[in-house]
Design a binder for this molecule. Sequence first.
Ligand code: AMP
Ligand code: ZN
Length: 274
Amino acid sequence: MHSHHSDGTDAPADVVAAAHRHGVRTLALTDHDTTTGWDEAASAAAALGMALLPGIELSARHGWHSVHVLGYLFDPAHDAIRTMTDRIRDARFGRVRTMADRIARDYDVTWEDIVAQTTDGATVGRPHIADALVARGIVADRGQAFARILHPGSPYYIEHYAPEPVDAVGAIVAAGGVPVIAHPAARDGLLPARVVDDLLDAGLAGFELGHRENLPGPTERLRRLCVRRDLIITGSSDYHGTGKHNLPGENTTAPEMVARIVERATGSAPLPPG
Ligand code: AMP
Ligand code: ZN
């Protein structure tokens, strides 16, 4: 789940409360490229008698494949994670700034409008530009902003620095965490088998097969791989507050898979302890 520490619309405590309302009792907070929401989410989870798996979603790329690498239960102070997230977040900032300049040539929206849509210190992304476009009445919602203005084929679009997935996996493993590829069978298509092998050699633990954007055929191919290689299979809502239609608990992870994540991790433990 995502909070306003990245491109979700809710504060971490509200993400936890939303999960609770939907019957979820164990959740993971996986903001893009930041861990700053962990403490607030942990307090909120403790107050509601829930368990929190602190996590992250690292924005990696292999060729034209955008590859989001989820990391669970790592040490957030580890250098490998710090260095990587600092670099990604800096690059994201410059990228949104440049996209904003391009968009401002054609639409009545300013950099200040975009900043107004972010929380201090948040990982910025296209969803914040979308929110500014909505606030200006240029589009109706994030979906329309992505479809019309923010998609990769648009003249306003630019890429940001993103590590190779093998390096993102390596950083999570170095920090004692458990890496899982997010929505691996979505529109970008499956990674080549050779790349998957490299990721597994680097310590990739599994795949998020339960996600609304995964396509059925490729998901089944990956499921066979997971069974053959005894990999961890997860499912998640990828909740973004009002930023996406995804609802807490719409996809879940089997308890035995959560247990495998917890057993494998050495960087941190679920919160509150026990
Ligand atoms: P960025 O990481 O800045 O390139 O923006 C990509 C993020 O935007 C993804 O992680 C999604 O959370 C979000 N996103 C992508 N497409 C849409 C959409 N159609 N509607 C709402 N959010 C979207
Ligand atoms: Zn997001």
